[in-house]
Write a protein that binds this ligand. Structure first.
Ligand SMILES: C[S@@+](CC[C@H](N)C(=O)[O-])C[C@H]1O[C@@H](n2cnc3c(N)ncnc32)[C@H](O)[C@@H]1O
Length: 244
């Protein structure tokens, strides 16, 4: 089982309405696209967390089931109105199977990178394909590694600097490894939280999809269908289950 980096302390501060990711202007386009792809079919969220996306999607009438490793994150979901409609299975989304055949499966907010080996990321695509109906879609939202800005031979890129928060990504370009270090000011001292990722290129994800019997249907740089270009810093990719 993968290691759980979303324990009680992280879960307790995850739902912060001041963060952009909780802004309805950010959430609504995500839910619009997922609801469109789901139609009346069920949706499977890998890494459902506290239900940031699953709850508004269920409110649109889409049946949603989630998988998550973290009991603490799911406990936060469970106290929210509307969560009683959402089924959750505790387990590793790379390999955990749930009942049902889904119209859409989705993995947002960089969460594919939480699988820190290529084998686990490949297994995740295969697990998703096994849950999708023919023609069903897998949607991933993930950032691109900031390697064009990493000076040759260096390993650290800052991603946030303010009086109360500091963030640095530490790259291991040999192994496609990335550790995000977060420092948060608490009572005049900085507390540190670090989490490991495996960064992955769009082309490698396309190959993982192909190995699992899926093919690329769309790739954008944003949830409103913005074009994906050489300057994009993230992508939304949609693969369709086409068979083996
Ligand atoms: C960054 S949060 C995203 C939560 C939610 N999808 C959202 O958009 O707010 C990542 C979530 O994925 C879960 N997670 C990470 N790796 C996992 C794995 N291998 N299997 C299951 N859940 C995992 C974490 O417990 C956490 O709840």
């Amino acid at each position: 089982m993968a290691e759980n980096y979303f324990g009680e302390d992280v879960a307790a501060r995850y739902d912060n309405p001041d963060w952009e990711m909780f802004d309805p202007a950010v959430i609504n386009p995500v839910v619009d696209l997922l609801a469109d792809l789901a139609g009346d079919g069920p949706a499977l969220e890998l890494g459902i967390g506290t239900g940031r996306i699953a709850l508004p999607l269920a409110q649109r009438g889409v049946p949603v089931h989630g998988i998550d490793l973290s009991e603490a994150m799911v406990a936060r979901l469970r106290v929210k109105p509307g969560s009683e409609q959402i089924g959750v299975t505790i387990g590793d989304f790379a390999r955990t199977r749930v009942d049902g055949e889904f119209a859409v499966a989705y993995l947002v907010f960089n969460t594919i990178l939480n699988l820190t080996t290529q084998d686990e990321q490949v297994a995740c695509f295969q697990n998703v394909a096994a849950h999708l109906r023919p023609g069903g879609c897998f949607v991933i939202e993930v950032g691109l590694p900031d390697l064009q800005r990493l000076p040759f031979g260096e390993t650290i890129r800052p991603f946030h600097l303010s009086e109360t928060r500091l963030g640095f990504d530490e790259y291991d370009v040999v192994n496609q490894g990335l550790i995000s270090h977060h420092y948060r000011a608490v009572d005049g001292k900085f507390e540190k939280w670090s989490i490991p990722f495996r960064y992955v290129w769009p082309s490698e994800l396309d190959l993982m999809a192909r190995l699992a019997g899926m093919s690329l249907r769309d790739r954008w740089s944003g949830w409103k269908g913005e074009p994906f270009t050489s300057e994009s810093t993230k992508h939304i990719s949609v693969w369709e289950k086409t068979g083996v």
